[in-house]
Design a protein around this ligand. Sequence first.
Ligand SMILES: Cc1cc2nc3c(=O)[nH]c(=O)nc-3n(C[C@H](O)[C@H](O)[C@H](O)COP(=O)(O)OP(=O)(O)OC[C@H]3O[C@@H](n4cnc5c(N)ncnc54)[C@H](O)[C@@H]3O)c2cc1C
Length: 403
Amino acid sequence: MPYNIADPGRDLNDLIVREAKVFREKQGIDLRIGHRVEAIDPSRKLVKGRMLKGETFELPYDKLLIATGAAPVIPDLPGVDLPGVMALKSLEDARQMKGFIAEQRVKKAVIIGMGYIAFEMCEALRARGIEVAMVKPRPTFIPWMNDKLAAMVKEEVEANQVKLQLGQSIERIEKGGKGLRVVCAGTVLDCQMVLVAVGVKPCSELAEEAGLALGPDKAVSVDRTLLTSSEDIYAAGDCADAYHVVTGRKTWIPLALRANRAGWAVADNVTGTRAELEGVAGTGVFKVFGMEVARTGLTASEAEKAGFDPAEVMIESRTRAHAHPGSSAIGVQMVGDKKSGRLLGAQLVARDGAAHRVNAPAVALHAKMTVEEFAQSDLAYAPPFGPTWDPTLTAANQLLKKM
Ligand SMILES: Cc1cc2nc3c(=O)[nH]c(=O)nc-3n(C[C@H](O)[C@H](O)[C@H](O)COP(=O)(O)OP(=O)(O)OC[C@H]3O[C@@H](n4cnc5c(N)ncnc54)[C@H](O)[C@@H]3O)c2cc1C
């Protein structure tokens, strides 16, 4: 959606992967849009809800899948419901935002939050020629990221004329001037549009009210077959938790691949083929202007909290052979466990070659490799793609000295 919003000439319907009628006509699925489920009754095996015009409905089930996703967190701020204050979650949100930008000829926007949706949207809005200020109460730019890597990202964002306001507690949003004003403790930001992007929370209320067990961050608790605490009810996607392959414990990391994979696994389990999911490594990636930012596994402080004895290293290398055209800096941070020798996580920042490079350490985490084993991996080399020693191998070799 951010990439579509960046381009006024692109139709938002481009993003529809499959129309509702294809589910009905080709797959034979009784797909009902405009039906909001309001309650689950596990004892009678029923879901109840309401249609668009308020009519109620009831549907019986043999097996039920809860796949209600996540919802944006909307802070309890005065003025947060003013016109022009928006969040980006659904295609309808994107449609409204794109329409608003065009109709109101938005020139200035404020983004509350500095997560990946906030960064993608700051790039999209700058592409539309809109002045952007980003604001958040915490003083650290990307709190989970190694300071040096975070500084590379910050420099890139600022080089694209985005005003960063860190450590500003937001007091209210109000009408003012030619649009809106975001009033913070130490500054006032004028704009015509405010994007609230401070995170998401699982849509687990239906499950909670039906008495199902919840896990981390109040996501619906599921086992490796995606079964909830209630017989015949499964949950998958952003609304549900998962096992972390590094810690072995429950975690809540709402991302698309694991949501989609969990949906397929539930389908197998419901139709009689047992499927178990090992879990997630917390692999994630985003781009902001010319920078790719990637991570997998644990940071050193997450590792410590999980009971490991972490050692960490941060190295700088090159994205291509040193003399190859286009070669630029890449920063790699890597974390290992001194006790077991295991690789625990990696973060990468570079202009190119960071996004896909993270996949090697991600697979190593699934394989529960030690740093030493990872350092011995036979990774690809040719001058246009990296130095002889891939930067992740250089990081692993340096990390070994600290283990
Ligand atoms: C702007 C943006 C960018 C993103 N970029 C990435 C990315 O680059 N990489 C990545 O991995 N992930 C990304 N994500 C996250 C990704 O979109 C989600 O992880 C994924 O969509 C989750 O799928 P889901 O099916 O669990 O939930 P959703 O896609 O949220 O679907 C949930 C559905 O349930 C419906 N629903 C909810 N409550 C009810 C109810 N009571 N009754 C009936 N229906 C209900 C909703 O209307 C919705 O259709 C992004 C998300 C956003 C918003």
